[in-house]
Write a new protein. Structure first.
Length: 280
């Protein structure tokens, strides 16, 4: 981490659902070009945080600044336009489209063709559509899905669909990529593929905020880790610092670490899948 101004600056962020405080007075600073993970026990507020950072939930108080731009209170599309892309814990894929078409839906956010061009199907529109299709193909190759371009997403294996969501999010050329449990439901081989993909994205300069229960993946890919507990920041630091923090061990990681990697208990099935589990 360096002393440069953070890409994402979160101050005094709070969100309550009824009498339950999902996030309370949270302060976080995310530096550009690094992988930041958010971990914590079930009910810590991780899903609520991701939903606020993508505009799905409106915070009760606080500030969310991306590259100096205040996003508090803005609608979802303004978060996307500002440069925040995300994936979902539970797949949000257009199953009636091919893999290429799915990625193109993300890419269209950055297209700049007018309504006039679309109505008349001008040469400018044709050029834009060609560029969009070429960029989508390149993104599929980037996430390891070359050859899937014309495959209906409904026919793709689960692990490939996880990477397809990442490709679609990248299509919007985000400044910040939010990954909500990208390894959830994957086998060991598929999880290693996600691990390698996150490493490649970081090496190429993509800033990532990762929420993940797979602690081996978190410890291997993270430059910086934030630990939440009951909606508050319990600790932060490098993977080594967090793994050695007595407060973190007590609250989340436990004392039975093996293979030099702490392993938490798996989350209950369906955690964070709906508003009733928003503070998961």
């Amino acid at each position: 981490m360096n002393a440069a101004a953070p890409l994402l600056d979160i101050r005094n962020l709070s969100k309550a659902f009824g009498g339950v405080h999902a996030i309370e007075g949270l302060e976080m600073h995310v530096q550009g070009g690094a992988v930041h993970s958010v971990i914590g026990p079930n009910g810590a507020g991780k899903t609520s945080l991701i939903n606020m950072l993508s505009g799905v939930y409106r915070p009760d108080t606080g500030s969310i600044r991306l590259a100096g731009r205040e996003l508090f209170g803005q609608p979802v599309h303004e978060f996307a336009a500002a440069g925040i892309g995300r994936t979902f814990q539970n797949l949000q894929v257009f199953f009636n489209m091919t893999a290429l078409e799915n990625v193109m839906t993300g890419r269209h956010l950055r297209d700049r063709c007018s309504l006039f061009a679309a109505l008349l199907h001008t040469k400018a529109l044709v050029r834009a559509e060609t560029a969009c299709r070429d960029a989508a193909r390149a993104l599929l190759r980037q996430v390891g899905l070359a050859g899937y371009e014309d495959v209906p997403s409904a026919s793709m294996p689960y692990g490939a669909l996880k990477r397809l969501e990442i490709a679609r999010a990248l299509g919007a050329q985000p400044l910040l990529l939010l990954l909500d449990e990208p390894a959830a439901g994957l086998n060991a081989t598929e999880a290693r593929e996600i691990d390698a993909l996150i490493r490649r994205l970081a090496a190429e300069g993509t800033t990532v905020v990762l929420v993940e229960h797979n602690m081996r993946l978190v410890m291997e890919v993270s430059d910086h880790i934030f630990v939440l507990d009951h909606g508050r920041k319990l600790a932060e630091g490098t993977p080594a610092e967090v793994a050695a923090d007595a407060r973190v061990i007590e609250a989340y990681l436990g004392t039975g670490a093996t293979d030099d990697c702490p392993r938490p208990s798996p989350p209950p099935e369906g955690e964070g899948a709906n508003a009733g589990a928003a503070y998961a």
